[in-house]
Write a new protein. Structure first.
Length: 179
């Protein structure tokens, strides 16, 4: 959890990540990540790999910036460990709808139409369009088919582990009088 921005790992664990390289690459990485530790060959050997953007929600938000992803939860299926997070489409302006508090602001449209997955070992990231999607999510899936995959490409072993989005439930509950 403390290494959400970056982590240094042994390259023997796989080919994922960025090699620290020579002085100029180390300097660029140290400047970008604001850590002088990356300049030291003792702290970061040349055989190491730098894994970047490790926070699940931030990673998904960067991968699919048209959606806002909620709190991730772990999912295990078929020997794989993944992090899943619901992606919501939202709008502050929407006719004939009630405003609801969400993430420090107000929204008049909020719907979870996407599911983001991040492989815990490799960092591989994917976004899937859910069944019966909202029009915003469906439009993004149509415009960006390489980023938003259809639901039938979601591994079947993961489907039983999907649960209702906690954040969406809390917003919906806040709109019910007397709760």
């Amino acid at each position: 959890p403390l290494a959400e921005e970056y982590a240094v790992v042994d390259s023997a664990l796989g080919g994922q990540g960025i090699a620290p390289g020579g002085l100029f690459r180390r300097l660029a990485l140290a400047w970008t990540l604001q850590t002088p530790r990356l300049l030291s060959a003792r702290s970061v050997p040349g055989s190491a790999r730098l894994l970047w953007h490790r926070g699940i929600t931030r990673r998904l938000d960067r991968y699919a910036p048209f959606a806002r992803f909620g709190s991730p939860y772990p999912v295990g299926a078929g020997g794989r460990r993944l992090w899943a997070a619901w992606g919501c489409g939202s709008a502050q302006e929407f006719p004939f709808s009630v405003a609801a508090a969400w993430r420090g602001g107000e929204v008049r449209y909020l719907r979870a139409g996407l599911l983001g997955l991040v492989d815990a070992q490799s960092g591989a990231t994917g976004v899937y369009l859910l069944a019966d999607p909202d029009p915003l999510s469906a439009a993004w899936a149509h415009l960006l088919p390489d980023i938003v995959r259809p639901l039938d490409r979601l591994p079947r072993a993961l489907r039983p582990h999907l649960r209702y989005p906690d954040e969406l439930f809390a917003v919906q509950q806040s709109l019910v009088p007397g709760t």
